[in-house]
Structures are given as C-alpha cells and as structure tokens.
Design a protein around this ligand. Structure first.
Ligand SMILES: Nc1ncnc2c1ncn2[C@@H]1O[C@H](COP(=O)(O)OP(=O)(O)OP(=O)(O)O)[C@@H](O)[C@H]1O
Ligand SMILES: [Mg+2]
Length: 307
C-alpha cells in the first residue's frame, strides 16, 4: 500500500485516573480498505473510537484524519469523518427520507441526488418513506450509515455495526461497506468482538487486548500470502547440532529447547526438510510458530472470560 493513509493513530494513550485504558495504539487506515478493530468486551474499542471522532480527549499521542490532527485541527479532521458511535440519533416520527433531508440541510454540499444515491447504496429505497418508528433494527442501522456517508467522508467509522443483525443483514452490510470502499474510495473502520464477522467483512484486522494492539494483519488473500510469508519453523530432528551444520551458510538457524528453529517461507521449509533428510538426519516433525488469527483471538477472549 503506497497510498497516503486516511487516518493515522500514533501512540494514542488514554488514562483515566490511574488506569491506562488505551495504551500506545498506533495504526493506519488506507483509502478503499475495510479495517476491522477486533477486541473482547472492555478492551477499549469504543474508547478509541470516541477519541477518533473527538468525543473524548487523548492523554497522549495523536490522531490525524486526512492529514489534520484531531488535537490541533479538529474541525478540519472532523469534516472528513462519518461515524455511528452508539445509537444514531433519528427522529422516529419522521420518515427515513425526512431524517436524511434534515441532516442534509446542515451541509450545503449534499444534493437530493446524493441522498437518493446513499439510500440505494444501503438498500433502503423500498422503505425510505416509512416512518422510522416502523423500522427494524437493521433498517435503522442502514439509515444511520446513509446519514453518515451523505457528505462523502474519507473515513467511515462504525462501532459494532453488526450488533443485532442477522446473518443476511451482516452480509448486506458487508456488501455495501465494500461497495462504498471500492466505488467511493472510503476508508471504513469497523469494530467488533466477533472474529467470524470481521473475517467476512474486512481487508485488515487489528486485535486489541486490554487497550493494546497485539496484532494487525491482512485477512483477504491470506491463503496467498501464507505461501510467501516467512515464519518461524521448528524442526524436530534426531541430531539438532548436526542438522544445524547441514544448514550452515544457508540462512543458518538456531537450536531452541532441542528443536531446530529457523525463519523460512513454505518453499524454504520443504527445501530444508529435503536437505536434512538427504544428509541422513531424521525429521520427526515440522511445525510453524505463527498462530492463526483465530488462535490468537481465542487466547485473548478466552483469557478474558476465564480470568
Ligand atoms: N468514562 C470512563 N471512565 C472510566 N472507565 C472507562 C470509561 N469509559 C470506558 N472505561 C473503561 O475502559 C475500558 C474500555 O472500555 P470500552 O467501552 O472502550 O471497551 P469496548 O472494547 O468498546 O467494549 P465492548 O465490546 O463491551 O463495547 C473498560 O474497562 C471500561 O470500563
Ligand atoms: Mg464498545
């Protein structure tokens, strides 16, 4: 990704009293990507989002959106953002369309054509002239997204948008977020505590645990990148020292707890295995140390629920 990020969080920290709720969170969100912010309950997703949209001050660090610091140039930064944090404010006795018109009046750049366009995008055309009080949860949420993107923000932020949606609703949400990302180049930032939903919706995911980011990784094309990415491989062999000797001069390796450990991609692992076997070393097992996103997330969520 050679593009300039839409949003950049740099060492964002939030302390309340003596507690550090958000601890040096750094990440970048690029145009046209759907970025997931995954963490168990209480890990700090909403707090981070509140700081991104200026609802809460940071203790230290900075957030810039479209190149403008939320700290020093808040109005310019906020102008680039569309967000739904907690429940979107809607007038229940007005229709969905009247609600959108109401918000459009606050921004001269929003035309009727644009309203129709976003209504279509979120799939609400058939019900837009119904009163909001008759909407289901999923329909209200669509209206919230329509309202949040009317002014063509560079960054759309949604806190737990899949809460309360059924699987079909989640799929539709994913489809229109993706359309928004692709067709309008919007950077979409969504939080969730459910890995399965993030895997369906996102290009990249950051895992948050107790206010710290423990991993950021790509989801899409993961199978392809796993082929090329070098990882720590552990070889269980009968003679580790001799095995190390066989590999000298070829990236080397080290012995850890009686296992031969080295950094290699998939092809290299196969090649190392062949060379060891050819040298008369018995290979009992090979495994890689990299944990899957699911392993990692289960560790996090597991410890939260048990601990
Ligand atoms: N205003 C506040 N004062 C004190 N502590 C707070 C405040 N807001 C949040 N916290 C604490 O900060 C931590 C992170 O809360 P936050 O709401 O950001 O988590 P979350 O990841 O959004 O969780 P959930 O999945 O339940 O929405 C929690 O321990 C919470 O109790
Ligand atoms: Mg939250």
């Amino acid at each position: 990704m050679s593009q300039v990020p839409v949003a950049r969080l740099q060492d964002v920290t939030k302390r309340i009293g003596s507690r550090t709720i958000i601890d040096r969170v750094s990440l970048e969100i690029y145009p046209g990507e759907v970025f997931g912010f995954l963490g168990p309950n209480g890990s700090g997703k909403t707090t981070t989002i509140r700081m991104m949209v200026g609802l809460m001050a940071m203790t230290s660090g900075d957030i810039s959106i479209g190149g403008h610091s939320v700290r020093t140039h808040y109005p310019q930064a906020a102008a680039q953002v569309g967000a739904i944090v907690e429940n979107p404010e809607m007038y229940k006795y007005l229709t969905g369309y009247q609600n959108l018109l109401h918000y459009a009046r606050m921004n001269a750049s929003i035309t009727r054509e644009r309203i129709d366009e976003v209504v279509k995008l979120v799939g609400l055309s058939g019900r837009i002239h119904d009163k909001v009080k008759k909407y289901s949860l999923g329909m209200r949420q669509r209206l919230g997204v329509a309202q949040a993107v009317m002014h063509r923000p560079k960054l759309l932020i949604l806190d737990e948008p899949t809460n309360g949606l059924d699987p079909a609703g989640i799929r539709e949400l994913r489809d229109y977020l993706r359309q928004l990302a692709q067709e309008e180049g919007t950077a979409v930032f969504v939080s969730s505590h459910l890995l399965s939903e993030m895997e369906l919706m996102c290009d990249r995911v950051a895992i948050l645990q107790k206010g710290q980011i423990i991993d950021i990784r790509s989801i899409r094309g993961q199978a392809a990148s796993a082929q090329q990415q070098a990882e720590e491989a552990l070889f269980d062999v009968d003679r580790p020292e001799a095995a190390l000797g066989v590999l000298q001069g070829q990236g080397g390796g080290r012995i850890v707890d009686g296992l031969l450990e080295l950094t290699a991609d998939r092809n290299e692992i196969a090649e190392v295995n062949r060379r060891l076997v050819e040298a008369g070393i018995r290979v009992y097992g090979i495994r890689t140390k990299t944990k899957s996103l699911e392993d990692q997330f289960l560790e996090v969520t597991g410890s939260e629920t048990i601990g």
